[in-house]
Design a protein around this ligand. Structure first.
Ligand code: 5GP
Length: 230
């Protein structure tokens, strides 16, 4: 009866570094096979556990700046001294194929998307507490003590931007958090403004016409002629 937009949904997932965005995104992809995660580009150095072109496209600062010049980025930001950004072309291709595209990005980039594409879905992930966030960052051991503290300070600033998002999820259990994100996506896809067309088949069309005809035959209600009750 209804035809919804074929184009996929653009989902922006943000939250402080260390709050579990990637874990939740991976868990989401296991339960929702229509989600495609964009691979970002960064000028940050590759970590021992990372794979180029899977975790990120690792490029030099100069190569990143060249992509900005050539207007190849959907958004980009400088975070803790490095560039991070979303290459435009792949995202557009997946959206056009009906895939729901998720961008796991920090706040400055998310706000650029909001300016350009306010119809996207903006979800903010929070750690259960700031102490827990600090524990997770310390346990990860991916940064030096200084860099870790810098990320922790950025986290406090980022949380102030929460009201600019549509939804918030607290990550105290990643399975539950991924299910919540999936439920948000499902709800968003049922929105009336995603309907392109409402149509009836032949039989339904006939019933519809009969009902409309009956309606026309009924005497119209004229509220100006109603006498008030005593
Ligand atoms: P990390 O160095 O820990 O991999 O990432 C640092 C921050 O950059 C994280 O908050 C991560 O979500 C964010 N980030 C990753 N990719 C992108 C991107 O393409 N654009 C923006 N704006 N931020 C990103």
């Amino acid at each position: 009866m209804i035809k919804t937009k074929k184009q996929g949904l653009l989902i922006v997932l943000s939250g402080p570094s260390g709050c579990g965005k990637n874990t939740i995104c991976n868990a989401l992809k296991e339960i929702n096979h229509n989600v495609w995660e964009s691979i970002s580009m960064t000028s940050r150095k590759i970590r021992p556990n990372e794979v180029d072109q899977k975790d990120y496209y690792f490029v030099s600062k100069e190569a990143f700046e060249q992509c900005i010049q050539e207007d190849k980025m959907l958004e980009y930001a400088s975070f803790a001294g490095n560039y991070y950004g979303t290459p435009k072309e792949a995202v557009q291709k997946q959206l056009d194929q009906g895939k729901d595209v998720i961008l796991v990005i920090e706040i400055q980039g998310a706000l650029q998307i909001k300016e350009k594409l306010p119809q996207a879905l903006f979800v903010f992930l929070l750690p259960p507490s700031m102490q827990e966030l600090r524990n997770r960052l310390e346990k990860r051991k991916t940064e030096s003590e200084d860099k870790m503290m810098e990320r922790f300070q950025i986290a406090y600033r980022e949380i102030n931007e929460l009201p600019k998002y549509n939804y918030v999820i607290v990550n105290d259990d990643y399975h539950v958090a991924a299910k919540k994100l999936d439920a948000i996506i499902t709800a968003e896809k049922c929105r009336v403004d995603r309907i392109e067309e409402v149509y009836l088949n032949n039989e339904e069309e006939k019933i519809h016409e009969t009902l409309v005809q009956k309606d026309l035959e009924n005497t119209p209600i004229d509220i100006t002629k109603q006498t008030p009750k005593k």
